[in-house]
Design a protein around this ligand. Structure first.
Ligand code: ATP
Length: 317
């Protein structure tokens, strides 16, 4: 059996609208998700014993059964007990480059990489829809992370439609290293404040989600009109995170005043991203915001949109 190295890219949300509640306790969402080049590296090695082992070089990432990558391996064991009995377990090593609890789907993309890696290691030959079904059991962002690129996501985020690639856009990310936001907290806070305005009937929910397919930001993406994409960025969760977390709104204002094409919080935050037309524009904006904020705890990344999800970079015997 072979060992695999995989690249697991982060995502940002170009659009996140909360429509209502779902009977399963999640929210009904419409989102536009975008992969970026910032990525974790995952190594997956077969081990003869019946165990799943996990290591991660980041102190805030759990190294036990609660790690989402571990849960992905556990799901494969549950789904394919005979193959597991024949081939044995796996050792997972995660090199964490994606900031943790940052709204960038770090855990979800690691889980997606494990599904892809174990499918290859155990030669299961799963189809993309089969992998997507397994991914949806692990979390709302995991199905997107498998194929990546630019996609419209509805339902709780697991129903995906691909959109044309935008991989010529650059992006600056900024995050205070001491700030982490729990995704469940952000959604609960939103429900507490805005739940009264949720769409209640299933028919309206369906038509709102369908309307998004021909909505203004999707049209801007199809036309590759970067200025219009930037104008139409939207994230409902900003309404609960920005007022309660002043450093996040200060960062957002700083990018706005430094000539970002558009700026927004990603997912449940606290990462702020700013769009740029070129690498030089992104670097310049990063320098200006750094000088304005003057806080050594704020970390910056200059990266690019990507049209790819999980990538296998090597397979060795
Ligand atoms: P999302 O954008 O999907 O809501 P996020 O980027 O906000 O996710 P993660 O980086 O996935 O957040 O981390 C959320 C929590 O999950 C953290 O508290 C972290 O400790 C835990 N976690 C479990 N497994 C992982 C993993 N493999 N990588 C990162 N965090 C993990």
């Amino acid at each position: 059996m072979r060992s695999y190295s995989l690249i697991a890219p982060a995502k940002i949300n170009l659009y996140l609208e909360i429509l209502g509640d779902r009977p399963d306790g999640y929210h009904e969402l419409v989102m536009i998700l975008q992969s970026i080049d910032l990525a974790d590296k995952i190594d997956l090695r077969p081990i003869g014993t019946d165990a799943i082992r996990i290591h991660c070089d980041h102190p805030q990432v759990p190294q036990d059964q609660s790690n989402l990558a571990y849960r992905a391996a556990e799901l494969m064991v549950e789904q394919f007990p005979d193959v597991y009995a024949r081939f044995g377990g796996v050792e997972i090593s995660i090199q964490k480059n994606i900031p943790v609890a940052a709204g960038l789907a770090g855990g979800s993309t690691n889980a997606a990489a494990i599904l892809v890696g174990i499918d290859m290691m155990w030669q299961l030959g799963l189809t993309q829809p089969e992998l997507q079904d397994l991914a949806a059991k692990l979390g709302s962002d995991v199905p997107f992370c498998l194929g990546g690129g630019t996609a419209l996501a509805t339902g709780r985020g697991e129903q995906l439609s691909s959109l044309p690639s935008l991989d010529s856009l650059y992006v600056v990310l900024a995050k205070d290293r001491n700030l982490m936001i729990s995704t469940p907290w952000a959604y609960q806070a939103y429900r507490a404040e805005f739940g009264h305005s949720y769409v209640q009937d299933a028919k309206t929910l369906k038509s709102r989600a369908e309307r998004m397919h021909s909505g203004p930001i999707v049209q801007a993406i199809i036309n590759k009109n970067h200025a219009q994409i930037a104008q139409r960025l939207h994230n409902d969760l900003e309404k609960v995170v920005l007022p309660t977390t002043p450093p996040v709104s200060q960062l957002r204002e700083a990018f706005e005043s430094c000539g970002a094409l558009g700026t927004m919080m990603s997912g449940s935050g606290p990462t702020i991203f700013a769009l740029a037309t070129s690498q030089a524009h992104a670097n310049e904006m990063q320098q200006q915001v750094k000088a304005m904020i003057r806080d050594p705890d704020v970390e910056f990344w200059v990266t690019k949109f990507s049209n790819r999800g999980i990538q296998v970079v090597s397979a060795v015997n």
